[in-house]
Write a protein that binds this ligand. Sequence first.
Ligand SMILES: [Zn+2]
Length: 78
Amino acid sequence: MGQHNAKSDSSDDLKPALPELGTTPCPVCKRRVTVFVTKTKRPFINCGYCAARVFYNGSRSIRLLKRQMKTTSQGQSG
Ligand SMILES: [Zn+2]
């Protein structure tokens, strides 16, 4: 068998997936991808089509992201 970690930095057992904010078009390939949130409350996308990863740091980029992001939880037609 392999190694065993003495310290457990994060429990992956009953850990839920990263929260999803919604979907936004990928700035690279323009496909609609899911927006996740990191532990530091920063939204980021991990495009499964072009493999681009975009982190939104700062209030301005986050604000722009939320404007073009479609949230699934709130019923907002538009
Ligand atoms: Zn992409």
